[in-house]
Design a protein. Structure first.
Length: 452
């Protein structure tokens, strides 16, 4: 891999150029260099590895690409905030470089840091040092994580001091339109008894490869809501790791929603390493044409008296394919664990395919763990029944899909995120607007269920 990496621009000079763009401290430069050395030596994961059997790693290879070295962002990146930004703090990034920031100064008076990672490396290196590329994502995991650390192009940093509670959601737009590698990183640190919600949207007409990393650190008694919304346009491919570490009596709620990109491979994990920690993991994926989504989730219970709840829903049109592999792992001594996992897949065409593999790995004996999955197709009697109520066939299918995702939508506390998801579902269905999750809709769906 060494020769190929150097030929394609993944060389030491590029690492140094990125370090200059960040203007970061020496410890950050060393971490990049160490990651680059690993990147040069680590092979791609073997396609026979269980995590890669259904998505060969070569499909995410970076042949002919190089890191996007963007010095400053353009105003086009602000389009990513459309429909999601209210009056609260917001940040727009363009291929990793900051393109706009709003409301950060007001937060700073409360001790909150909300800025792009390049600014954070320059102005708050002491806050970053214990966590960046250490709290959840490490270069030595595989070639993709080593590449991410070595060539991280930018990202966002949120730090909330102890006891500070933010009522308004913070919104970040990652605009991606580069033809090479874009490697955005997100680091969130919530100190004890703090509370915050971060909504991050990744969009734009990218044509290369996105290699993202998200580290969520939720200290004792803190509460974090994190939503990652992806609607990248074009043939862009994406690899990503989203990992949360949850402290004593702390809570993290994550949503991962994907509608764009031609290929996506995600690892979404919650590590509960202290008693009383809780994690809620929601997912909404809608693929069409030949899109391919592969998601691995992990609910890692390392301490007693912890709880996790996962609900991932996937709808597929055309010849789209999805892969879900979910693992609940309970370590020795993690008694009184309460964990639940559910994956539901709806096939909307004969060519669509969904693979679902829920798993349990139990090493304790006083707990409650359940998991389940289902793959189903549209049933003609249901469609016929809705059409007898005056709906066209397209409206009937759209209504069923909205009802399918409603269980996830109803659990989202941020109204603008619910609205965004409904809009994306409507776009996939070829409609101008959502049908609306109103009482009449629920009544019709209940009638359909009773008519079976």
């Amino acid at each position: 891999m060494e020769d190929a990496a150097v030929r394609e621009g993944f060389d030491r000079a590029t690492v140094e150029r990125l370090a200059e763009l960040w203007e970061g401290p020496e410890w950050l430069r060393r971490r990049r260099q160490q990651a680059w050395e690993l990147f040069r030596s680590l092979p791609l994961p073997p396609p026979t590895h269980e995590a890669w059997r259904r998505t060969p790693p070569e499909r995410l290879a970076w042949d002919g690409l190089g890191p996007v070295l963007q010095e400053r962002g353009d105003e086009v990146a602000r389009q990513g905030l459309d429909g999601l930004r209210g009056d609260g703090p917001a940040l727009a990034l363009h291929n990793g470089a900051v393109a706009g920031s709003w409301g950060a100064e007001r937060l700073r008076r409360a001790g909150v840091v909300f800025c792009d990672l390049r600014t954070a490396a320059r102005e708050w290196p002491d806050l970053l040092e214990p966590f960046l590329f250490r709290a959840g994502l490490r270069a030595e995991e595989n070639a993709f994580t080593a590449q991410h650390v070595a060539f991280a192009t930018g990202g966002v940093f949120l730090y909330v001091p102890a006891g500070v509670e933010l009522e308004e959601p913070l919104v970040v737009a990652d605009w991606v339109d580069g033809e090479g590698l874009v490697a955005p990183h997100t680091l969130v640190v919530l100190e004890p008894r703090s509370r915050a919600t971060l909504v991050q949207r990744r969009t734009g007409p990218g044509t290369g490869l996105v290699n993202l990393g998200v580290e969520l650190v939720v200290r004792d008694g803190a509460q974090l809501g994190y939503a990652q919304l992806q609607d990248l346009r074009g043939p862009v491919r994406e690899f990503g790791v989203v990992r949360a570490r949850v402290g004593r009596d702390a809570t993290v709620r994550t949503l991962v929603a994907s509608f764009g990109a031609s290929l996506e491979k995600l690892f979404v994990e919650s590590v509960l390493d202290s008693p009383g920690g809780a994690s809620e993991m929601l997912g909404a994926f809608f693929a069409d044409d030949a899109q391919h989504y592969d998601v691995h989730t992990l609910q890692e219970h390392q301490a007693p008296h912890t709880a996790s709840d996962l609900l991932y829903k996937v709808a597929l049109l055309g010849s789209a394919r999805s892969v879900f592999a979910g693992l609940i792992r309970v370590h020795p001594g993690a008694q009184k664990t309460n964990a639940f996992q559910s994956n539901r897949n709806l096939l909307l065409s004969p060519e669509a395919r969904a693979d679902s593999k829920p798993e349990l790995e139990i090493m304790a004996n006083d707990l409650r763990c359940t998991h389940g999955s289902a793959v189903s197709r549209l049933e003609e009697p249901h469609l016929f029944y809705l059409q007898t109520r005056g709906l066209t066939r397209q409206q009937a299918v759209h209504m069923i899909v909205e009802g399918f995702f409603s269980e996830v939508l109803d659990r989202l506390p941020v109204e603008r995120v619910r609205w965004w998801l409904e809009q994306k579902v409507a776009e996939k269905m070829g409609a101008e607007a959502p049908l609306g999750r109103v009482a009449a809709l629920r009544g019709l769906l209940e009638e359909v269920a009773q008519s079976r």
